[in-house]
Design a protein around this ligand. Structure first.
Ligand SMILES: NC(=O)c1ccc[n+]([C@@H]2O[C@H](COP(=O)([O-])OP(=O)(O)OC[C@H]3O[C@@H](n4cnc5c(N)ncnc54)[C@H](O)[C@@H]3O)[C@@H](O)[C@H]2O)c1
Length: 332
């Protein structure tokens, strides 16, 4: 899907620019002809070289500048000065560590957001897209934006606090914002702690995979290109003060995904089943009618096509021999 309404030459700031999703958003904004400042402090959630690699293409572009800064203590107003678009991707992701490192989640997801909002307000940022998650809904996350929020993990609690803070700044100070709730994103550059990356790496290496629970948990995963398309469309459309679900339309279970990766790679997975992960969603399928109606956006990638791109990317990263028939990486 192309976005004919994309303005050119905007000044954009992307937080979490070195991360999985942030780096793709940066690449897309640069491809659309904008000036981009990427903010990231390279948290130790996963190794810095992976994040540097995510930014490789952007760093070669003269319209990109990296501001290595921690949103929790850096002076943010000078970074945001003159920004037409602010896309706030930075956060501590993942459920598991949020049970044991709550202070880091609280500071990176809530305090950092509050500091960013204050700075955005003080310099008068043109439009802000705040990135939230389906984890704000809790164990059962399928439905539309009217579904009650009942996060079931410290991660989800901090992300819900952050989006409420964003909306409070909108209501009280007219801060121009839109909140997006992403539903499990996958594809090239997916974080090393995320399920599909782990499944693919282990299947390619012939290592055992531990499935959390019985593998029947389902997702309407979102391919990274669909996620980026939604994010920039919303950024270009201007503020709404509202919340939108962003998700893929195809439901698959964890076991379905393992079987697809087996088909793509031609290798058999060695599975064992562990206890369910505390705070994990049982089912998460986004009703995206609102985003479709408002932004003329809809997800267009199939899970299988997206997995092929992710397999190709992981093979290249691990310097493994290519699997015949696997598509070239599409996104990075
Ligand atoms: N990956 C998914 O499936 C998914 C699903 C729903 C929502 N989200 C949200 O999307 C956003 C991006 O997630 P991701 O998967 O790309 O994660 P990621 O960990 O790959 O990227 C996040 C980046 O933010 C940076 N960061 C964190 N705290 C920071 C701080 N205090 N100051 C500066 N930089 C900081 C990290 O160094 C990292 O590079 C997050 O807000 C996450 O909650 C992701």
């Amino acid at each position: 899907m192309s976005n004919s309404q994309a303005p050119r030459g905007q000044r954009c700031v992307v937080t979490g620019a070195a991360g999985f999703i942030g780096s793709h958003v940066v690449d897309r904004l640069l491809a659309d002809g904008h000036e981009v400042v990427g903010v990231d402090c390279f948290t130790d959630y996963y190794p810095r070289p992976i994040k540097e690699r995510n930014l490789k293409r952007a760093l070669a572009n003269p319209r990109f500048r990296l501001a290595e800064a921690d949103l929790r203590d850096a002076e943010l107003a000078p970074i945001l000065e003159g920004a037409d678009i602010l896309i706030h991707e930075a956060a501590m992701g993942g459920l598991r560590r949020s049970w044991t490192e709550f202070e880091t989640y609280l500071s990176c997801n809530v305090l950092a957001t509050q500091r960013l909002l204050d700075a955005a307000r003080s310099v008068g940022v043109g439009n802000m897209v705040h990135v939230s998650t389906s984890s704000v809904y809790g164990r059962e996350s399928s439905g539309d934006e009217t579904r009650p929020t009942r996060p079931d993990s410290p991660y989800g609690v901090t992300k819900l606090a952050a989006e409420n803070l964003v909306l409070a700044y909108h209501r009280n100070f007219d801060l121009p914002v839109t909140v997006l709730r992403y539903f499990s994103i996958f594809g090239p550059r997916q974080r090393p702690d995320m399920g599909y990356t782990i499944f693919i790496e282990r299947i390619l290496r012939g290592e055992e995979i531990t499935i959390d629970g019985d593998g029947t948990q389902t997702r309407g995963n979102t391919y990274i290109d669909d996620c980026v398309e939604a994010t920039v469309r919303v950024a270009y459309a201007g503020p709404t003060g509202e919340v939108f679900n962003i998700g893929g339309g195809e439901v698959v279970s964890a076991l379905d995904v393992v079987r697809m990766i087996e088909r793509i790679t031609g290798r058999e997975a060695r599975l064992r089943f562990g206890p369910p992960r505390a705070g994990e969603q049982a089912h998460a399928l986004a009703d995206t009618s609102k985003a479709r109606a408002r932004f003329d956006w809809e997800p267009s990638s199939s899970v299988e096509a997206g997995l092929r791109a992710q397999v190709a990317w992981i093979q290249e990263r691990l310097a493994l021999p290519a699997v015949p028939g696997v598509a070239e990486e599409r996104s990075s």
